[in-house]
Design a protein around this ligand. Structure first.
Ligand code: SF4
Length: 462
């Protein structure tokens, strides 16, 4: 690959492809490549895409890190390296497989972005520049969705079905969260080692097929019914004679906490040292984006009302109404599916973002006005503490800005409460003292449970 690297600096400097080849484009007719973040959720998402006629699949992850290192400076965030490596490795394998008939125009790389003060908004642009440095990869398109418009999927699908597509995508991410929660609930108590992992692999394939079969017809009941059967099967794996273990809550940067290779399988490591873990969900982030957009629209509306700008007030009213509807739908659907799941197995409920903002306001140590994932992590930790968790882990890429802020703000608050807390930053290296730190943390979590017990698995009680 390296010998094909382009040397024409004009081409690199023009950056024209940043707008031309990175856009919201119709996903049909090309192979849609999804980078893996949380394995289950991404596979269900690909199933939902296929249900709408998009030839989508999740790329193998973690094998292209060396390739990524060749084309990066080392200063980028770790998730940027992993995703860059995944796309480069995938295309390299495709070139090997197809030889001269390889054509990058046949693929579209699906890479979301976020606006805000940190580097996530630049991943896809940076990756575009790297891809453009290979003449035969220039025509590969990047389909980019952004937090600026609440990850709107308009233009990726015909107007007639884009709403249904959005609903199916949301549901796939949420069911992915629920399957993860089932795994974390049953694996520490499985009757035989390996049962939970085998079960969840089968469950993931089965639910991905369900999304492929039922998404386009809006047959969400077909999906719910499959999920219900899976939860009942999963419950049988629990050995009722194994006593409940210390409950550990996890927060942090979304990619790192969801990607098991990137976090060196932290949940499994904690379980090996005697924990039952609940990680923050992926849908929490999606709801946070919707919530923040609604929050900003309301602030704009109040301001325009004060200034008596009638034209703007009308536009803002429309926007507030539509964003309220969007958030209401997401929370309603989430509550419905979680209630069904929790009626069978006591998995942890999910946070409601408005509740988290109230938690943060009450404590007065951070504010949603500051933004970033730190809002969710700090309030999520306070909520775990409030709900009787026995310890909290903050997991993030080395040098991650919002997570470093989280750590500095929350550490004293956890100290005051006497709740074990640990920061676990990751890059591609292995920290020699990590295992010992986790063992010590788990000792403290055990002591905490002995003194205070375990209150409830539910995260939200509104
Ligand atoms: S959230 Fe952290 S890891 Fe992600 S781009 Fe921002 S600084 Fe990097």
């Amino acid at each position: 690959m390296k010998d094909q690297k382009i040397t024409n600096q004009d081409d690199l400097q023009s950056f024209s492809s940043l707008s031309e080849s990175m856009e919201k484009l119709d996903l049909h007719g090309r192979k849609c490549l999804i980078p893996e973040m949380n394995r289950i959720g991404c596979n269900l998402l690909a199933g939902a895409f296929r249900g709408f006629g998009i030839d989508a699949s999740v790329m193998e992850t973690g094998k292209g890190l060396d390739l990524a290192m060749e084309y990066s400076s080392g200063k980028e965030c770790y998730p940027c390296h992993i995703t860059l490596g995944d796309i480069l490795y995938y295309l390299k394998q495709e070139k090997k497989r197809l030889g001269d008939s390889f054509n990058a125009d046949n693929y579209v790389y699906f890479m979301p972005e976020a606006d805000g003060p940190c580097r996530f908004g630049m991943y896809n642009k940076y990756q575009r520049i790297v891809l453009d440095s290979f003449p035969d990869l220039k025509s590969l398109k990047i389909a980019s969705i952004t937090t600026q418009d609440g990850y709107s999927l308009d233009k990726m699908m015909g107007k007639r079905v884009v709403r249904d597509f959005r609903k199916a995508v949301f549901l796939s991410l949420m069911v992915g969260d629920i399957l993860d929660r089932i795994l974390w609930r049953i694996r520490p108590y499985e009757k035989e080692q390996g049962m939970a992992d085998d079960f969840i692999e089968r469950a993931m394939t089965c639910m991905a097929d369900a999304f492929e079969a039922h998404s386009a017809g809006k047959d969400f009941n077909g999906i719910h019914n499959k999920l219900e059967k899976i939860i009942k099967e999963g419950k049988e794996i629990i050995d009722p004679d194994i006593p409940r273990k210390p409950l550990v809550g996890m927060v942090g940067e979304i990619y790192l906490r969801s990607h098991t290779m990137a976090n060196q399988d932290l949940i499994r490591t904690l379980e090996r040292h005697g924990a039952e873990v609940v990680n923050a969900s992926v849908v929490e982030w999606v709801n946070f984006i919707s919530y923040n957009r609604l929050r900003s629209a309301k602030i704009g509306l109040r301001l325009n009302l004060k200034l008596f700008r009638l034209h703007e007030v009308l536009a803002q009213l429309k926007s507030v109404a539509s964003l309220t509807g969007e958030l209401w739908y997401q929370e309603y659907r989430q509550k419905y599916v979680y209630n069904m799941a929790r009626g069978i197995l006591d998995i942890a409920d999910d946070h409601q973002v408005s509740h988290l903002e109230r938690v943060l306001k009450k404590e007065s140590i951070f504010d949603f006005d500051i933004g970033t994932e730190a809002c969710l992590s700090i309030s999520g930790i306070l909520e775990y503490a409030q709900n009787g968790y026995n310890g909290v882990v903050n997991v993030y890429p080395f040098t991650c800005m919002p997570s470093t802020v989280t750590s500095s703000v929350i550490s004293p608050a956890m100290n005051r409460r006497g709740i074990p807390y640990i920061d676990t930053p990751y890059d591609s290296g292995v920290q020699p003292g990590r295992e010992a730190a986790i063992r010590t943390f788990m000792y403290q979590a055990n002591q905490h449970m002995k003194r205070h017990g375990r209150k409830k698995t539910s995260v939200i009680e509104k």
